[in-house]
Design a protein around this ligand. Structure first.
Ligand code: NM2
Ligand code: OGA
Ligand code: ZN
Length: 376
C-alpha cells in the first residue's frame, strides 16, 4: 500500500453538497464523499483507540452533509449536520486513501510474474541470517509474497527444521499427513509423492477446503540422479492462457472439478475450478493435481471442450520457457504459495537416497508477520 509518509500540503478545500474536494499543493485533487468521511471519523466516539470502529456504519443517515468544513492547525475539521458531531482528519491519512482510480490501483498488491529467465536471479537467502536478522527475514518473506516462492540455503540438515522455519513467521498447518511429512520412496506408498516417479507440475491438496496456502520442502538427502524440482508461476501461465486462449481460460475458471484423496484413515473431497477468479476478475488461485482429479461430472457436451482446455493449460505448465529448474541439495529449502506456484519433480532411481521433509502453513500468517516487520 502506498502511504505518503511526508505530508503534502493542501492548497484548497471546498464543499459541494455531499462532496469534499481537496486540492493538494502538488496539483492532485481528491474528492471524498460525506458518507465515507463520516464513517471514517477517527474521533474517540467513532473509533476505539485499538483502531476498531465503534460507530455503526449502517446507521449513518442517508444524505448526511457537512455543516462546515475548514482547515485548522493542519487538520481538516468537519462539523456534521444535523447532530453537530465534530470530525478531525489528518491530511496524510486522507491522501493515502485518495479514491481516484490511479491511487486505488496503486494500493492493490501486484505479484511479480516470472518465467524461466528468473533462473539467474532466484529469490533466495541463507537460514542463519533469516533467523537472526529481522530485516533479512522481512526480505525473504517479501519474496514469497511477490514471486510466490523463495529458497533458503544453509538450513541445518536435521529432522524437524522445516517446522522451525515456519515458526519464524507463522504456524504450521497440520493435516492428515501430519505436522510434517517425509517425502521419500517407500513400500506401499499411499501417495505418488512417496515413490520415485516423476510428478508433473501440480499444487498440493486440492481436495481440501480450505487448501493449505503455503508449502515448504526441506532437503535432507539427495544422492540420487534425477529428482530435480521444477517450479512454475501459475499466475503467469494463466495470464498467458487468458491472452492467447481466451475460451479455454474462461472454461477452466467456470468448470467445477472434484478432487479427492482417500487412504485407510482419510477421505477428503472438494469441488473447485482449476483457475479461480476473485471479485475483481483477477486470477487468485490455481489448483492442478492430475493424481487426485476425479472423473469429470459434466454434461456430455462439455467433455471434449474441457479436455481441450486442460491440454492447452497443462501443455503451457509443462513448457520449459515458463519453468525454473532447481536441484535441491541437503540444507536447501523451498517455500512456495500453493495457490500460485506449481511444483513438480523429475523421476529418480531407488539406488541412492532422496529425502525431503515437508509441511504446510498459511499465507495470511506470513503476510501478517511481514506487515508487522514492515512497520516503520
Ligand atoms: N504429500 C506430499 O497433495 C498431494 O496429494 C500431494 C502431498 C503426500 C503430503 C502430495
Ligand atoms: C510433494 C511433492 C516433490 C518432490 O511432496 O508434494 O510434490 O520433490 N514432492 O519430491
Ligand atoms: Zn506436491
Amino acid at each position: 500500500m502506498i502511504t505518503h509518509a511526508t505530508g503534502i500540503p493542501i492548497s484548497n478545500l471546498a464543499q459541494d453538497g455531499a462532496l469534499i474536494q481537496i486540492e493538494w499543493q502538488d496539483g492532485h485533487r481528491s474528492t471524498f464523499h460525506s458518507l465515507w468521511l463520516r464513517d471514517n471519523c477517527p474521533m474517540p466516539t467513532s473509533r476505539h483507540p485499538n483502531g476498531q470502529r465503534i460507530l455503526e456504519s449502517a446507521r449513518i443517515p442517508a444524505g448526511i452533509q457537512p455543516q462546515s468544513a475548514a482547515l485548522r492547525d493542519g487538520q481538516i475539521e468537519i462539523i456534521w449536520a444535523p447532530d453537530g458531531h465534530l470530525s478531525r482528519y489528518d491530511p496524510v491519512w486522507l491522501r493515502a486513501h485518495c479514491p481516484c482510480d490511479e491511487h486505488r490501483e496503486s494500493r492493490r498488491r501486484h505479484p511479480i510474474l516470472w518465467s524461466a529467465d528468473l533462473t539467474g536471479a532466484l529469490p533466495e537467502a541463507s537460514y542463519p541470517r533469516v533467523a537472526g536478522r529481522p530485516a533479512t527475514l522481512r526480505r525473504w518473506l517479501a519474496h514469497i509474497r511477490d514471486y510466490g516462492f523463495a529458497i533458503l540455503h544453509d538450513v541445518p540438515v536435521q529432522s524437524g527444521m522445516v517446522t522451525k522455519v515456519v515458526e519464524l513467521f507463522g504456524y504450521v498447518r497440520e493435516t492428515n499427513y501430519g505436522r510434517l511429512f517425509d517425502v521419500r520412496a517407500v513400500a506401499d506408498p499411499t501417495n505418488l509423492a512417496y515413490t520415485g516417479l516423476a510428478l508433473s507440475n501440480h499444487t498440493d491438496n486440492p481436495y481440501r477446503d480450505p487448501v493449505p496456502t503455503l508449502q515448504l520442502l526441506h532437503c535432507l538427502a539427495s544422492s540420487v540422479s534425477g529428482g530435480e524440482n521444477t517450479l512454475v508461476d501459475g499466475f503467469q501461465v494463466a495470464a498467458y492462457l487468458r491472452q492467447h486462449h481466451p475460451e479455454p481460460f474462461d472454461r477452466l475458471t467456470r468448470t467445477p472439478l472434484q478432487f479427492q484423496y482417500a487412504d485407510m484413515e482419510t477421505e477428503l473431497a472438494a469441488e473447485t475450478p482449476m483457475i479461480r477468479l476473485d471479485s475483481r476478475g483477477q486470477v487468485s488461485g490455481i489448483r492442478v493435481n492430475n493424481r487426485s482429479l476425479q472423473p469429470l461430472d459434466l454434461p456430455l457436451a462439455e467433455i471434449e471442450p474441457f479436455y481441450d482446455a486442460y491440454r492447452t493449460f497443462a501443455g503451457l505448465l509443462a513448457d520449459p520457457r515458463f519453468q525454473v529448474r532447481i536441484r535441491l541439495e541437503p540444507g536447501d529449502l523451498i517455500c512456495f504459495d500453493n495457490e500460485r506456484v506449481l511444483h513438480g519433480r523429475t523421476g529418480y532411481e531407488s539406488s541412492g537416497i532422496r529425502h525431503l521433509q515437508g509441511c504446510y502453513a498459511d499465507r495470511d500468517g506470513l503476510l501478517s508477520r511481514l506487515a508487522v516487520l514492515s512497520r516503520s
